[in-house]
Design a protein around this ligand. Structure first.
Ligand SMILES: [Zn+2]
Length: 183
């Protein structure tokens, strides 16, 4: 049984009762029990409060107020799932069309990084299922970009082109450039 499992069990057996640091250290058998408690709170939604949340608690005291779970605040998307979503969306931001390594439209000194975004946020009950996930660049992920979004078909086209080898991408670029320079 992991330290986290032991702590979960102990809190659930003492719902509504104040628990202190000594008890937790004994139960968990590890000194970093504070981090495990944070995981129970942030990843499992357990409603464990401290003196920061409630003034009648002293530092080092904890209380599980209810067996109900709050919506999850952080997710654990596996590297495999992340790779699947990137592949599915063709390494292309689904809002502004940027690809990895493109210049960041908000900060030209930086390069675009891609993130996995929850379409319906976890805090509103969204899940980690593939249908609720999409690729966004760091800018769109943070600021909800006001950049003119490419059309749906342009996004799909970009996604397909970015899956091709760099040499093919260059050929497409050169061909399009030729076409549009003439007009
Ligand atoms: Zn973007």
């Amino acid at each position: 049984m992991s330290a986290r499992d032991k702590l979960r069990g102990f809190f659930e057996a003492n719902v509504g009762r104040i628990i202190d640091t000594h008890q937790l250290r004994e139960v968990a058998g590890v000194s970093e029990y504070a981090r495990r408690i944070r995981e129970l709170r942030d990843q499992e939604g357990m409603q464990i409060l401290t003196h920061k949340d409630r003034h009648d608690l002293k530092p080092g005291q904890y209380i599980l107020t209810s067996m109900d779970r709050a919506p999850k605040l952080s997710s654990a998307i596996s590297p495999q799932l992340r790779a699947n979503i990137l592949e599915r969306n063709g390494y292309t931001c689904q809002q502004c069309g940027a690809g990895p390594g493109d210049r960041d439209p908000y900060n030209p000194k930086r390069k675009t990084r891609l993130h996995i975004d929850h379409i319906l946020p976890l805090s509103q009950g969204g899940s980690d299922s593939p249908e609720n996930l999409r690729v966004l660049c760091s800018s769109c992920n943070q600021v909800r970009s006001n950049i003119q979004a490419p059309s749906e078909s342009a996004l799909n086209m970009l996604a397909r082109i970015r899956k091709a080898p760099k040499s093919v991408q260059k050929e497409v670029y050169a061909a399009l450039k030729k076409t549009f320079e003439q007009s």
